[in-house]
Ligand binder design. Structure first.
Ligand code: AHG
Ligand code: MN
Ligand code: MN
Length: 354
């Protein structure tokens, strides 16, 4: 797609009126994300040239995953950009155990938005020069303005999102986002540091020919997923489908949106609730997916309607071209015993806290 000469900055301002009584707060927040993205992009591009950006930190994050130096750098960059410019009242990050409240400086008014972020998605790809990403999700706080944020501001279902987006640091760097009025993609011109609208009104094809799943985990998969994979591999009509799996959700999702496909990270005996995080990965990608005409579920129910019980909660994730997700669900619903009861999970989590 050829670039238009509309920049991301202009696009944000031009579409501000979509929000009734807009105060410009969301525009300022999106502009801060754009700034942090450019800083992270510059580091990602130097990967391999600079010693202190490649490799592991030697520590694990709250979820027991090895932290990469780029994970830490991207996390710090986004947190700094968002807090110092006072465009949010709180941040939750995949890399931090607890949410971060932002305090207003003297005489300044704090924004009503909270951001949840996966600063570097697919970070195991970082050391081998394969595409990584960033995912963000924005909500209006539910507690009163002027008070410190609480966990309730972050544990909102995805259907309450105001905006969501991702950045894909690939052959070129793209920022793709939605405010609930379709999905638009912007490509960075690195020579002048400006994002241009290159992919207006992005849409998932209704059907697709690609399936993306870590098939190495096959033995751990629920029977519904095993059956669906057999279906994908049968020689009939437009099948067998092509298998493509990068191991960074952002990149797999981006390709599938452009070409038509399904991404699956199911539950399994090794990951009882799947691996992907509801708040930092599945909800924002689910919002983008639906806004682009696709479908995002846990194999049984809509991702964005799940009532979250914990900040770092994981859920199974099926997302992509509508007809493909519908087909996968047909196989899953034959095994109702594998359906997760999120209300029950929330009850258990509340009881644990008491
Ligand atoms: P992150 O780097 O933020 O921890 O996310 C990695 C996620 C996701 O992006 C990717 O699709 C998936 O984990 C890959 O997991 P497997 O290596 O288990 O396939
Ligand atoms: Mn991730
Ligand atoms: Mn990450």
């Amino acid at each position: 797609m050829a670039k238009t000469y509309q920049t991301l900055g202009e696009f944000i301002i031009d579409n501000q009126e979509d929000f009734q009584y807009s105060t410009g707060e969301l525009s300022r927040l999106l502009s801060s994300i754009r700034l942090a993205t450019k800083i992270v992009n510059q580091q990602v591009n130097k990967n391999g040239l600079v010693d202190d950006i490649l490799g592991d930190v030697g520590e694990e994050n709250v979820q027991g995953e090895t932290q990469k130096k780029l994970d830490v750098f991207a996390n710090e960059t986004f947190i700094k950009a968002l807090t110092q410019r006072e465009v949010v009242c709180g941040i939750a990050s995949e890399e931090n155990e607890f949410f971060i409240p932002v305090e207003a400086k003297a005489n300044s008014h704090l924004s009503k938005y909270v951001v949840l972020i996966d600063p570097l998605d697919g970070s195991s790809n970082a050391d081998v020069n394969v595409t990584v990403g960033t995912i963000f999700s924005i909500y209006r706080r539910v507690t009163p303005d002027g008070t410190p944020v609480t966990i309730e501001d972050f544990l909102q279902p995805g259907n309450k999102q105001v905006a969501a987006g991702y950045v894909v640091y690939g052959l070129s760097t793209m920022l793709v986002y939605t405010t609930g009025k379709g999905v638009n993609g912007f490509t960075l011109d690195p020579s002048i540091g400006i994002f241009y609208l290159s992919h207006p009104d992005m849409k998932f094809p209704k059907d697709g020919g690609i399936y993306s799943i870590n098939e190495g985990n096959y033995v751990h998969f629920p029977q519904g997923v095993k059956d669906y994979l057999k279906y994908c591999q049968q020689s009939e009509g437009d099948r067998p489908y092509t298998s493509r799996y990068i191991g960074s959700l952002v990149s797999d999702f981006h390709r599938n949106m452009l070409k038509g496909g399904i991404y699956i990270y199911p539950s399994g005996t090794n990951h009882p609730y799947g691996k992907l995080r509801l708040l930092y990965e599945c909800n924002p990608m689910g919002f983008l997916c639906e806004q682009a005409g696709g479908k995002a579920t846990d194999g049984y129910q809509r991702i964005m309607d799940i009532e979250p019980s914990e900040l770092h909660q994981r859920v199974p994730f099926f997302c992509g071209s509508e007809n493909m997700v519908n087909k996968a669900e047909e196989f899953m619903t034959k095994y109702p015993e594998d359906r997760i009861d999120y209300k029950e999970l929330k009850k258990i989590s509340l009881e644990k806290k008491e």
